[in-house]
Design a protein around this ligand. Structure first.
Ligand SMILES: NC(=O)c1ccc[n+]([C@@H]2O[C@H](COP(=O)([O-])OP(=O)(O)OC[C@H]3O[C@@H](n4cnc5c(N)ncnc54)[C@H](OP(=O)(O)O)[C@@H]3O)[C@@H](O)[C@H]2O)c1
Length: 231
């Protein structure tokens, strides 16, 4: 049975990843900021070899190490999905400040800390896939509308982290995917998103299945459609 660890699994894309992986017979370890409030997640089949729920705050640098004490055994898919977009950093004139640092903590540093804490368990697994939930807004070349200072730059930095991981972890047989889920109707994406949450997640899981044993996909920035995106 395959085992996934996914962060930010209490709502949006992360919750749906947990749901669809459970439907596919996976064991899912779900990491959320507040387990007591994760009612939709807890309604999924919890139990041995099914779903277990763990506390995790991506903004806390010690949280990945603490999580590693509770999530044991090989991890076939390590999915750094938790992310944030701070409204304060959207517009020029007021963007630089503490909120931007928080975006870097959550969107850039936390995924790296997660990989550093779990790399041994990924290496010990059968599939050995790491997925980083990036965003097309992190593409410098694709930026034609400006703004979004904190979100764009923290996701661009995440892409740089993912590229380095793909090189540094290559000899361990680990494949690192840098993913854009599409513009999705979640709390973050809003109601005008182009994809429903289940559509985006099933597309991402197809890409992840293709990445198994396929090192040529490592260190690339993929749209959920499977197309390469420019850095
Ligand atoms: N929706 C889109 O169109 C879109 C497009 C490109 C990329 N993405 C990326 O996809 C990922 C998931 O986003 P979504 O659309 O599902 O958004 P969402 O519905 O707003 O969900 C965000 C998730 O991240 C978690 N999170 C935020 N800060 C956290 C922290 N400090 N520690 C732990 N968890 C934290 C949230 O937990 P709480 O409930 O506790 O806040 C929530 O589970 C993000 O990385 C986002 O940047 C989304």
């Amino acid at each position: 049975m395959h085992h996934a660890l996914i962060t930010g699994a209490n709502r949006g894309l992360g919750l749906e990843h947990a749901r669809q992986l459970l439907e596919r017979g996976w064991h899912v370890s779900a990491a959320v900021r507040n387990p007591d409030a994760a009612t939709e997640l807890a309604a999924l089949p919890v139990g041995e070899g099914k779903l277990d729920i763990h506390a995790y705050d991506a903004a806390d640098p010690a949280s990945a190490e603490a999580l590693a004490k509770g999530v044991t055994g090989p991890i076939d898919l390590l999915f750094a999905n938790a992310g944030m977009m701070a409204p304060e950093t959207r517009k020029f004139g007021q963007a630089a400040g503490e909120a931007m640092l928080q975006e870097f903590r959550v969107n850039t540093i936390a995924p790296l800390a997660l990989v550093e804490a779990f790399v041994g368990q990924v290496e010990a697994s059968e599939m050995k896939v790491i997925a980083l939930q990036s965003s097309r807004m992190g593409s410098v070349r694709d930026n034609e509308s400006g703004g979004g200072y904190g979100y764009r730059s923290s996701k661009a930095a995440l892409n740089a982290v993912g590229k380095s991981l793909s090189i540094d972890l290559k000899d361990k047989g680990i494949v690192v995917l840098i993913l854009h889920p599409g513009w999705v109707k979640t709390d973050m994406g809003g109601p005008n998103g182009q994809l429903t949450v289940p559509e985006s997640v099933s597309g991402q899981l197809d890409l992840i299945a293709r990445a198994y044993g396929n090192p040529v996909m490592s260190g690339r920035f993929y749209h959920v459609s499977g197309q390469d995106l420019p850095w």
